[in-house]
Design a protein around this ligand. Structure first.
Ligand code: CTP
Length: 396
């Protein structure tokens, strides 16, 4: 069921409806009266192939205010306005959408959209906290241009990202086992500047880190995604912190702490010793052979482990290894786990299979407590879920 509340972003919900319908889902749209002022009933009805009602007085014999909630596999509300969040928090049932929210026993995903002032208002923030505590997935709004010339957090997340978040909730048995947890995930590859136009980078796409963030959100966590350079869109519903270099990433990871920290970023191990303020010109280079002096960067993972007091946060590292055979991979993983001192290490073999940019991955997850779990080639979303299955009992 797609609920649409009355905000200007209602027009973007048309794309959410199309995305869900094109993926084969049977969608019933329930707009509020205010939503119909932005996008009319014929649009919702034509695209969903179903009649559309906003009040509880249509098709009474069908008892829609109870049936819709009881039979839905998932309810998604996009946009969720400040008013809708407030009514949902207090159990107000004064139209078909809010009645449905009270009868729904399936996962509920809300994608808020409103002006920044309304989003950061203590009333809205308190409502969001209560809804999250009840297990409702309230995605973080995106930041950017709002209705007028102003910018800030409050934009509806990208419709395709909302569709992906809903698909993720539908893909597996609903679980809210990460609710109440703050999780900080780094993803993507860092760029180490050589001059204003050149950098040293790596082949990481950031897909695995993005899937970790997406799945953690749909399991109820509050996720901060510290994103170095990504080749994929960040997921809906995360607090996004953009960084570029290893040093930026280190500073962001120190600033944003959580109950769980996952270092999925491909952090450069070395950077140019000096960054030229101006583009290095060819004619200044001496001869054909050019060499560059490099210095090592901060080891973010090892530093985070050293900085923590006691066993919190739980820290997960990743390892990219090229091994000759499986036992060799395990040996390399065990020695990296000991060297970094983290709690869990997700070991990737990057030599023989295509990992960078691929949608699939096979990994071994090692634990400082002796854990060793093999995950055969699966989607990066499944690998992410397998990791959360191991993390959840360790932090609850
Ligand atoms: N990592 C980090 N800071 C660095 C390098 C790596 O925090 N400067 C983190 C990565 O995010 C990952 C883990 O350390 O979680 C292992 O990264 P990997 O590239 O496999 O290992 P390295 O530490 O770089 O060691 P080596 O390249 O020698 O295998």
């Amino acid at each position: 069921m797609l609920g649409v509340a009355g905000g200007i972003a209602a027009y973007k919900a048309v794309e959410v409806l199309r995305g869900l319908a094109e993926s084969g889902h049977d969608v019933t749209v329930v707009p509020t009266d205010a939503a119909l002022k932005f996008v009319g009933e014929p649009t919702w009805s034509a695209l969903s192939g179903k009649p559309v009602a906003s009040d509880v007085w249509s098709n009474i014999s069908d008892v829609p205010h109870v049936r819709l909630g009881q039979t839905a596999d998932v309810v998604v509300i996009a946009p969720a306005t400040a008013d809708l969040l407030a009514r949902a928090t207090h159990g107000v049932a004064n139209d078909l959408l809010t009645n449905t929210l009270l009868t729904a026993r399936c996962p509920i995903v809300m994608a808020p959209a409103m002006h920044t002032e309304m989003w950061v208002h203590p009333a809205t923030q308190a409502n969001v906290a209560q809804l999250r505590a009840r297990g409702i997935i309230v995605l973080e709004p995106a930041s950017g241009r709002l209705t007028g010339a102003d910018t800030g957090p409050g934009r509806l997340p990208d419709p395709t990202a909302i569709v992906d978040a809903v698909k993720d909730v539908l893909r597996r048995k609903p679980t809210n086992d990460l609710a109440g947890l703050k999780i900080v995930i780094s993803a993507g590859g860092t760029h180490e500047a050589l001059d204003p136009v050149r950098y040293l980078g790596n082949r990481s796409s950031g897909k695995q880190g993005v899937e970790l963030a997406r799945t953690a959100v749909s399991r109820g966590a509050h996720v901060t995604l510290v994103a170095a350079h990504l080749h994929v869109e960040p997921p809906a519903g995360v607090e996004l912190v953009r960084v570029s270099s290893a040093q930026d990433l280190y500073e962001a990871m120190c600033e944003h702490t959580g109950d769980v920290v996952v270092m999925a970023a491909a952090v450069a191990d070395f950077k140019p010793h000096t960054e030229a303020g101006k583009k290095i010109k060819k004619e200044h280079l001496d001869g054909e052979q050019v060499s560059m002096e490099l210095t090592t960067t901060v080891d973010v993972l090892a530093s985070l482990v050293q900085r923590r007091s006691g066993s919190s946060p739980l820290i997960v590292g990743f390892a990219a290894e090229t091994a000759d055979h499986h036992d060799h991979l395990l040996e390399l993983g065990q020695s990296k786990l000991a060297r970094k001192g983290c709690d869990l290490l997700v070991v990737n073999e990057v030599g023989t299979q295509e990992v960078f940019g691929s949608h699939e991955n096979s990994v071994v997850i090692l634990g400082a407590d002796g854990l060793s779990v093999q995950i055969d080639r699966s989607s990066k979303a499944q690998v992410a879920d397998a990791l959360w299955d191991l993390v959840a009992p360790r932090v609850s």
